[in-house]
Design a protein. Structure first.
Length: 583
């Protein structure tokens, strides 16, 4: 009882403030309630509001909640209102209630707190279907029916194929059902990211209206326009159907006039206008005018037929051209491309990209499965189109990065050989073997974790292990500052990987050193230093070396991995008596 008493007091204060504000508006000579709906006939309406996280960028202050509050407080009389909020899930936040009831209005205003913009996706079809179902099952038969729909996004459930099917269901079946139930949809596209074609289709197919809002300030004006449009809704169609016209004769007119005129007034003959309206037009039209109209109709029909024929021919030619282009694209071979799993999180170090669309994510139905909790179910995809590969993030929670730069949701980024891709924190390399520059080397792994390298022509060569019969010239790196906790590091492999990652041959535990920073390769009886597109570069004798461009080393060369200094020595210059070698 105490809570109900407090609620009544609060509502009383709110009503008093509304009356004061209304009085101030009248003093200034302006009716502040002119934009609110005056329900002179029954009206059932559902607000459908987008609650996905992207909405917060356009409305960080949650001003839309204030606009909706102002919009509904002017309701009364025969109006009922409901609210559906949606993101990846759909919730009927408030069923149809009589907003003239103070307690019902208070509950509705409290439900607006659920609009918090914390969702991840935008399941628009489910939200519209829930709104239609609410009106269909709880709406009044004699009421006007309206849905006000606001979103800043597109149909996005995390599955592109599923999204296409649901968008088709929304535009065709749900729009048709809404029309059948007599429900008009007023659609609002919030910011430029919204699917305006979808917004427009829903409004036009249901005899509603559509609007575009570029920011929260525009929403107030749009809701005022919607209020006026709803207030002007016609009565039920049945009440507007005119009676069947009956033939009117001069005798009937005379009989009606005799009943209505006073006895002292002389009988008045029907006016010429009355006779002209009741007479058949075909009897009074001159033959020449009939002939002209008939000729014009024939000419217009010929022109229309000719125009339709031309349009059909153009569409057929265009359709054949598009079909031919699609066939060419489908038959064109996809070039060889690989993803190199640097940290082996997938269990396969080399992942061939043999499809036009390669789906990547945590779910097992993806083409590349990364079984990590911080990777989204459908995280990203790589698509081959127009002779190039493109990376596209699928609104993932923890983002996709290309060469350490964030890739925006659904923003296609063109890939080039050697690009570094990160799905959350898991690193991969994109490799086009046929496009490796002459002399460049690119690390590649087979399924047994043996290191492979591609030479400049794209041919693969197996790395020699320390047990091979072919000897390599002994060499070492001297750790000048002791960063690796080793004074001298013997180079016993043909390829020595250097970087921050623990799977490198030489691990440098510094954040400024890239995961796979550089490598030293022994080939043709010489050693070569090669930077692996590191973030903070590799220096040889204080000069920066270009990425993936091997540079020949000589004994005594100074090498810097972002401030971490090493000296390269061949065996004939090893320090005398050095016993601190790393085996």
């Amino acid at each position: 009882m105490e809570q109900r008493g407090k609620m009544i007091i609060v509502l009383g204060i709110l009503f008093f403030l509304m009356q004061v504000q209304s009085g101030q508006g009248q003093v200034k000579g302006k009716d502040t309630s002119e934009h609110y709906i005056k329900c002179k006939q029954p009206l059932d309406m559902v607000l459908v509001l987008d609650n996905s996280g992207s909405m917060k960028k356009g409305d960080p202050q949650f001003l839309i909640r204030e606009v909706v509050t102002k919009f509904m407080v002017g309701f009364g009389g025969k109006c009922r209102l409901a609210m559906v909020i949606f993101d990846q899930e759909t919730e009927l936040a408030e069923s149809l209630v009589d907003v003239s009831d103070p307690e019902a209005k208070a509950r509705f205003l409290k439900s607006l707190d659920k609009v918090n913009y914390k969702g991840q996706f935008s399941n628009i079809p489910a939200a519209i279907e829930r709104a239609i179902y609410e009106i269909k099952t709880r709406g009044r038969k004699d009421a006007q029916k309206v849905i006000i729909f606001l979103t800043d996004g597109i149909v996005d459930t995390g599955d592109k194929k599923h999204d296409f099917e649901r968008e088709k269901w929304l535009k065709q079946d749900l729009a048709k059902e809404s029309k059948k139930q007599g429900i008009r949809i007023f659609s609002i596209a919030f910011t430029n990211t919204a699917d305006f074609s979808l917004i427009q289709t829903l409004a036009l197919k249901t005899d509603g209206e559509y609007f575009r809002a570029y920011g929260p300030d525009d929403i107030q004006n749009i809701f005022e326009k919607i209020s006026k449009a709803i207030a002007g809704l016609p009565q039920k169609q049945a009440s507007l159907t005119p009676l069947k016209a009956q033939p009117v004769t001069t005798a009937v007119l005379k009989k009606k006039e005799e009943k209505t005129k006073p006895s002292t007034v002389r009988e008045v003959k029907p006016s010429p206008v009355t006779i002209e309206v009741t007479a058949s037009p075909s009897k009074n039209e001159p033959p020449s005018r009939k002939s002209d109209i008939f000729s014009h109709l024939i000419l217009a029909g010929i022109v229309i037929l000719l125009g339709v024929t031309i349009i059909i021919m153009v569409l057929i030619i265009k359709s054949r051209s598009l079909t031919k282009d699609r066939l060419i694209m489908k038959t064109r071979a996809i070039p060889s491309a690989d993803l190199i799993d640097v940290e082996n999180v997938t269990g396969n170090k080399t992942l061939p990209l043999g499809k036009r669309i390669v789906k990547i994510g945590r779910n097992p139905d993806n083409d590349v499965v990364i079984s990590k909790d911080t990777v989204s179910g459908f995280h990203a995809m790589i698509e081959y189109k127009d002779d190039f590969f493109y990376l596209e993030d699928q609104r993932s929670m923890n983002k996709t990065y290309l060469n350490e730069e964030e890739v925006g949701p659904h923003a296609s980024k063109r890939l080039k050989s050697g690009d570094e891709i990160m799905f959350d924190i898991y690193k991969f390399l994109f490799i086009l073997p046929d496009q490796i520059p002459s002399g460049a080397t690119v690390i590649h792994f087979d399924e047994e974790s043996n290191t492979m390298i591609y030479d400049g022509a794209g041919a693969a060569m197996q790395e020699s292990s320390p047990r091979d019969d072919i000897p390599i010239q002994r060499a070492m790196l001297v750790d000048v500052k002791g960063i690796t906790n080793e004074k001298s590091i013997i180079l016993k492999k043909r390829i020595t990987r250097i970087g921050r990652g623990i799977k490198n041959d030489i691990t440098i535990p510094k954040e400024t050193v890239s995961g796979f920073h550089a490598m030293i390769e022994c080939r043709d009886e010489f050693y070569y230093l090669e930077d692996q597109r590191s973030r903070n570069k590799t220096l040889l004798n204080n000069e920066e070396i270009a990425p993936n461009s091997p540079v020949k080393l000589k004994s005594g060369d100074e090498i810097m991995f972002n401030g971490c200094e090493f000296v390269f020595l061949l065996e004939d210059q090893f320090p005398s008596g050095d016993t601190d070698e790393r085996s």
